[in-house]
Design a protein around this ligand. Structure first.
Ligand code: PLP
Length: 392
C-alpha cells in the first residue's frame, strides 16, 4: 500500500526534467555539441571565488566537529546576523536575526510556508506564468491552488483578474520576480497597486492576505533594473530566498525565510513555519554552507556571461519575428510559440535537437521557455534552427 497521490507525483516526471534527460541521451548518440539544450535552469557561471575560499578557510580554521555538526533548527546565529546585516544595508530595513529561518533552499522554504498557511479551505493564488512546482508544493501542503491569468504581452500582474479571484479563503498569493519563466521583473508601480488592493481586501475579509515572495533570482537583473524589496511595500510579505542561483550553489541547498516583524501575527507565523518545517523532517540547513553564508552573504554574482547570452538571443530571435516580453532578470526567455501551440512547437524543435520547454505547466500554453545558462557557441549554432522553425 502506498499513497496514490505521491505515486502520481513521483511517476509523472516534470516536463523540464524529461527534456533534460532526453537531451543527455541524445548527446550520447549524436555528440553534446549537436544538441541545443535550453531546458534546465542550472547556473552556468561558477560560484564566486569568495565562496570556495570561504570553504577552504572554514575547514582550515574551525574544528571539524563544529563544521559538520548539527546547528539550531532555525539556523546559526552568525549566519542569520550576516543575512540581516546585508538586507538592512541594502534596503534600509530593520531585519533581526530572529526574523530569519535558514532553509535548504527556496523549495523547502516555500513548502514550509505553504503548510503553515494551510487552514481549512485556504487558497493560494499564483500569477501566470509561474514556476510549475508551486502546484504540487501547494496541493501537498493542503492549499487549494488557483491560477491568475497572465497579463499578456508584458507579464506584469493583471490586477482586475486577480481581484476577481480573491475570496475570504485566499490565504496568500505567491509572487516570483525576477520571474521564472518570463524573465520579467514586476515594477514598483505594479507592486504598489497590488499592495493597495490586498490591504483593502484584507480589511474587508478581516484577516491578512499574505504575499509569499519567492526570490531565488533577486540579484539576477540586467541594465540596472530595480527589484523592489516587497516587505518595504507590503507588510504582510513572507520572503523565501535561495542562494541556488545568486551564488551558483543549487546542489548545496541553502536559503532562508524572512518573516518581517510588521507582518500580521509575525511571531506566531514564524513559529508555525518552524513547526511546518519540523513536520517535513527539517533538522537544520547544511552546517558548512551556513558558515559559508555567514562569510559570503554580501557577495554578488558575475552576470556578464548571462547578460551576453540574453542580449544575443533577444536581439536575434526578435529579428527573426519571435515575440517575447522584455527579459530584465533571471536567465529565461518566454517566447510566443509560432502557430500558438507550444507543445507542438516543442515537439517540432526536438526533431532538430533543439530542446525548449512548452509553457503549459507554467500556466501559458501559447509560450515556450528557454533557459540561457548555456555556452555562447551553443547559442550561435542553434540560431539557424530557430530561424528555420519560424520560417516554416
Ligand atoms: N522558485 C523558482 C521560481 C525557481 O526557479 C526555483 C528553481 O529553479 C526554485 C524556486 C527552487 O529553488 P531552490 O534550488 O532554492 O530550491
Amino acid at each position: 500500500m502506498y499513497n496514490e497521490k505521491c505515486y502520481q507525483l513521483g511517476s509523472n516526471r516534470s516536463c523540464i526534467r524529461e527534456l533534460f534527460e532526453y537531451g543527455c541521451r541524445r548527446a550520447a548518440e549524436v555528440g553534446r555539441e549537436n544538441v541545443y539544450d535550453y531546458s534546465l535552469g542550472n547556473p552556468s557561471v561558477p560560484a564566486p571565488e569568495g565562496v570556495n575560499q570561504a570553504i577552504r578557510d572554514i575547514l582550515a580554521d574551525t574544528d571539524s566537529v563544529t563544521v559538520h555538526g548539527y546547528t539550531s533548527a532555525v539556523g546559526d546565529m552568525a549566519t542569520r546576523k550576516a543575512i540581516a546585516d546585508d538586507l538592512n544595508g541594502r534596503y534600509g530595513c530593520a531585519v533581526k536575526p530572529e526574523n530569519l529561518f535558514i532553509t535548504c533552499g527556496a523549495a523547502p522554504g516555500l513548502t514550509a510556508v505553504f503548510r503553515a498557511l494551510a487552514t481549512e479551505n485556504a487558497e493560494l493564488l499564483a500569477v501566470a506564468p509561474f514556476f510549475p512546482e508551486y502546484r504540487p508544493f501547494a496541493e501537498g501542503a493542503g492549499l487549494k491552488f488557483r491560477v491568475v491569468p497572465a497579463d499578456e504581452p508584458d507579464f506584469q500582474i493583471k490586477l482586475s483578474a486577480l481581484e476577481n479571484m480573491l475570496t475570504p479563503n485566499t490565504a496568500a498569493i505567491i509572487l516570483n520576480s525576477p520571474n521564472n519563466p518570463s524573465g520579467v521583473v514586476y515594477t514598483r508601480e505594479t507592486l504598489t497597486k497590488l499592495a493597495d488592493l490586498l490591504n483593502r481586501k484584507s480589511g474587508e475579509y478581516g484577516h491578512p492576505i499574505y504575499l509569499v515572495a519567492d526570490e531565488p533570482y533577486r540579484e539576477l537583473t540586467y541594465g540596472g533594473v530595480e527589484v523592489p524589496f516587497l516587505p518595504g511595500i507590503y507588510d504582510n510579505t513572507i520572503v523565501c530566498y535561495s542562494y541556488s542561483k545568486s551564488l551558483s550553489l543549487p546542489g548545496e541547498r541553502i536559503g532562508y525565510i524572512y518573516v518581517p516583524e510588521a507582518a500580521a501575527d509575525s511571531a506566531a507565523l514564524y513559529a508555525a513555519i518552524a513547526g511546518s518545517a519540523r513536520v517535513a523532517g527539517h533538522v537544520c540547513a547544511p552546517s558548512l554552507l551556513q558558515k559559508v553564508i555567514a562569510r559570503c552573504a554580501g557577495l554578488r554574482p558575475d552576470l556578464e556571461a548571462y547578460d551576453r547570452n540574453r542580449r544575443m538571443l533577444y536581439d536575434e530571435l526578435t529579428s527573426y519575428g519571435y515575440e517575447m516580453a522584455k527579459p530584465d532578470g533571471a536567465f529565461y526567455l518566454f517566447i510566443k510559440a509560432p502557430g500558438g501551440d507550444s507543445e507542438a512547437f516543442s515537439q517540432k524543435a526536438k526533431l532538430q535537437d533543439l530542446l525548449v520547454v512548452p509553457g503549459t505547466d507554467f500556466g501559458c500554453p501559447g509560450y515556450f521557455r528557454i533557459c540561457y545558462c548555456v555556452s555562447p557557441s551553443m547559442i550561435e549554432k542553434s540560431l539557424p534552427v530557430f530561424k528555420k522553425l519560424i520560417e516554416e
